[in-house]
Design a protein around this ligand. Structure first.
Ligand code: SAM
Length: 175
């Protein structure tokens, strides 16, 4: 990400076996954390990266419950995890966690199913969001800076419209 220092702590939540971590390492980022509930997804990312996996902090656990350092990360990335939290209480817990561990002035990149996407992902119900609905859910502490939509077609031919938003956590404001 433009303007992000190579030593800026970055976390990819629900990163799974995604290749974002490969791209971040290629980009010279040195403090990358990948967190996922699934041990097998983490294992497959590690196998793919080989020796380079040693440069990454791997965390296996639930984003809502796992211990994370406070006010630590400059960038929180989430593609297709948050939308699985369909209960308001889960969304609140996720937001509280995000508030606690993202530095003031830090950034959030979030990708979720858009309103026109299917109501389920991998057979599980999802909450679909417009950028405005993400703004409302995340609260006043986050300022929307950029947004775009992208159509993803699964290997099985299912079309999934995603909304991607870049937010900045305000320096002073409380949620
Ligand atoms: C649809 S996949 C997205 C993977 C990756 N972000 C990508 O875009 O390719 C959702 C991921 O979230 C993980 N996940 C689901 N619930 C989680 C939770 N409570 N805490 C952490 N990870 C979770 C799953 O194991 C899975 O790897």
């Amino acid at each position: 990400m433009q303007g992000l220092d190579a030593d800026a702590p970055i976390i990819d939540v629900g990163g799974g076996a995604s290749t974002l971590v490969d791209d971040l390492l290629d980009g010279g980022y040195r403090l990358v954390t990948v967190l996922d509930l699934s041990e097998s997804a983490i294992r497959s990312a590690k196998v793919r990266l080989g020796k380079r996996a040693e440069q990454v902090i791997w965390l296996t656990g639930d984003i809502i419950a796992i211990d994370l350092p406070e006010q630590h990360y400059d960038l929180w990335h989430d593609r297709a995890l948050f939308h699985f939290f369909t209960e308001p209480e889960q969304q609140r817990q996720y937001r509280d966690r995000l508030m606690r561990v993202l530095k003031p002035g830090g950034h959030l990149i979030i990708g979720t199913f858009a309103p026109e996407a299917p109501p389920t992902c991998s057979g599980l119900p999802v909450q679909r969001y417009s950028p405005q609905q993400l703004v409302a859910t995340l609260g006043r502490a986050f300022e929307l800076q950029r947004q775009h939509k992208e159509l993803h077609t699964t290997p099985g031919g299912v079309e999934q419209m995603y909304v991607y938003c870049l937010f900045r956590k305000k320096i002073e404001e409380r949620p």
